[in-house]
Design a binder for this molecule. Sequence first.
Ligand code: GLP
Length: 239
Amino acid sequence: NTIKWVEVNSYDEMSEVAANIFTAQLQAKPDSVLGLATGGSPVGMYEELVKRQQAGQISFKDVKTFNLDEYVGLEQSNPASYWTFMHDVLFNHVDVKEENIHLPNGKAADLAIECQAYDARIAEAGGIDLQLLGIGVNGHIGFNEPGTPFTSLTNIVELTESTRTENAIYFDNPADVPTHAITMGIQSIMNAKAIVLIAFGAKKLEAMEKLRSGVVTEDFPASQLLNHPNVTVIYGGTK
Ligand code: GLP
């Protein structure tokens, strides 16, 4: 496989290396289409990008963003929604235009139509130039849980108990974690021209080892990245 592995010594170093890739992308193509992710992994990178934007090194004024996923049933204004998360950590602090920000709408009246429309919006924007990914402990990317067909497009998924437990920290009560989410599919992710996956810490050790083993299987969703021509994995703290 052609994955480029970059080992780092700290979370901050991971954030900086990832921010450098996004900075280079924005400098080369100011109207880039960025695929963005939520979770604890990307927060440091977003903070770094905010600093660089405020220092005038990069701009988001012509950038379009598409987030990977959103919970089903949460209002945008819900503090635990990915819409709120993204505004808190990135969008509210940079010069991105609100109309260029896209997240799947987990409150859409017809979720099946929303799924199709989301892939169509990405295609209309010209496709994703650079996609950021975190990884779940079970190898999920976006919310594509083990067993998801590699051919999947944006779809509604039922979250596994492991994922609901992992994400419970963002909710007042673990029982409040939604049971379903709307996520870009594995194929929607693979359509990105370039992909950066970030993973730091012992919790991600097993997932990194599985990815490194080179076995491609739908039981481990991230393994499909081994079939993508332009993936960089920035990882560390896993031993
Ligand atoms: C959630 C998100 C994933 C993310 C994962 C890991 O399940 N839907 O996109 O990769 O969490 O999150 P963290 O980076 O906090 O470990």
